[in-house]
Design a protein around this ligand. Structure first.
Ligand SMILES: [Zn+2]
Ligand SMILES: [Zn+2]
Length: 347
């Protein structure tokens, strides 16, 4: 054992006390995620504070037209709230979906059994008494079957005849789900694991993520406009103020380009009903391998894709998508003719 190892393993009383008050800090992953969140909030606050400290004209404008600054501050607040809402939102874990499906099935079975028993007693026929343990066994047995059956149904129409069980969480994965090694859970319609948010982006929060990108892009753009107006009016007056403002503006411009590209990319994914993971790893994913590049097997047309993305994600049954049959893939592979364009086949 080296000295470094001994130092690392030796308990630090201050850190121990800190971890006791804030248990979330004991996990290095959550610690780095909290640090990144703190950095992001600090960057936002620095841009805002410097703008109001340096730009006297903006203060004057606020006095004359308070709604303008109020709107900007509203966007600032909404963007940060959206950021935190997305970072704590559930991306839709396969394990939670499995529990929900099984519980619903168990309740349904219990209800139908109760109604059958009361019907039998009304008819004066034989009444079956079920022991507590036996009921539990039956329910748990039916739990496994309900999810397995649902997942098997999603694969049934395709040429892929088997279901996939995650080797890490031992959950049968529906199509488009993937295990995230950062979250250590299987995520439905896995898109990517966002380091800045410290959260996975999947079926449950892709819509929130897209809105966050929109708001962050708008905030960046507006802040850029305010910085440019300051520089236009005050450049060459105080050199160090100009230097700070130009440096911040350059960083802002780089962030804006990145955000705009990300927003466009995710909008394209939504319109074609794809995920980042499916687009990047297309050749490695079994249900996508061998398909022509322009064929998006889960796409139901632009309008339907947008509607499903915005409105149907909250329901497990509506959002779990089956793998299309070979006939459907063949239909989607048909080249676009003039007639297809006129009849809005892509919509
Ligand atoms: Zn898993
Ligand atoms: Zn993750």
């Amino acid at each position: 054992m080296t000295i470094v190892d001994i130092l690392r393993s030796s308990p630090d009383p201050t850190m121990d006390r800190c971890f006791r008050f804030f248990p979330c800090l004991a996990d290095p992953g959550r610690r780095s995620s909290l640090c990144l969140k703190l950095v992001l909030v600090t960057i936002h606050v620095v841009y805002l504070v410097i703008l109001f400290l340096f730009d006297g004209d903006l203060i004057e404008k606020t006095k004359k037209e308070p709604w303008y600054t109020a709107l900007y501050l509203l966007l600032f607040g909404v963007t940060l709230i959206q950021y935190f809402a997305t970072s704590i939102s559930s991306p839709g874990y396969a394990l939670d979906a499995m529990r929900a499906v099984n519980e619903r099935n168990a309740i349904y079975r219990q209800t139908s059994e109760t109604s059958n028993q009361s019907a039998s007693s009304r008819n004066g026929s034989f009444i079956v008494t079920v022991e507590g343990n036996q009921t539990e066994r039956n329910v748990s047995g039916s739990k496994a079957t309900a999810w397995s059956k649902l997942v098997a149904d999603l694969y049934s129409g395709s040429s892929i005849s088997r279901t996939w069980t995650c080797t890490y969480c031992n959950v049968e994965q529906p199509p488009r789900a993937k295990h995230c090694h950062d979250c250590d859970k299987c995520v439905l319609q896995f898109d990517h694991h966002c380091v800045w948010l410290g959260n996975c982006i999947g079926q449950g929060n892709h819509c929130l993520f897209w809105w966050y990108l929109c708001e962050e892009t708008a905030l960046c753009l507006w802040t850029g406009v305010l910085y440019i107006s300051y520089l236009k009016a005050h450049i060459t007056l105080v050199w160090w103020k100009d230097a700070i403002m130009i440096l911040l503006l350059i960083t802002l411009a780089i962030s804006l380009i990145f955000l705009l590209l990300l927003l466009l990319f995710h909008s394209y994914l939504i319109l074609t009903n794809q995920t980042t993971y499916e687009l990047v790893r297309r050749r490695r994913i079994t249900y996508l391998r061998g398909l022509p590049e322009r064929v998006h097997p889960f796409s139901k047309g632009v309008c339907r894709n947008v509607y499903n993305f915005c409105c149907l994600r909250s329901s497990i049954y509506n959002s779990l998508e089956p793998i299309p049959s070979p006939e459907e893939i063949k239909e989607k592979s048909r080249p676009y003719s003039c007639l297809a364009v006129v009849t809005c086949r892509c919509c």
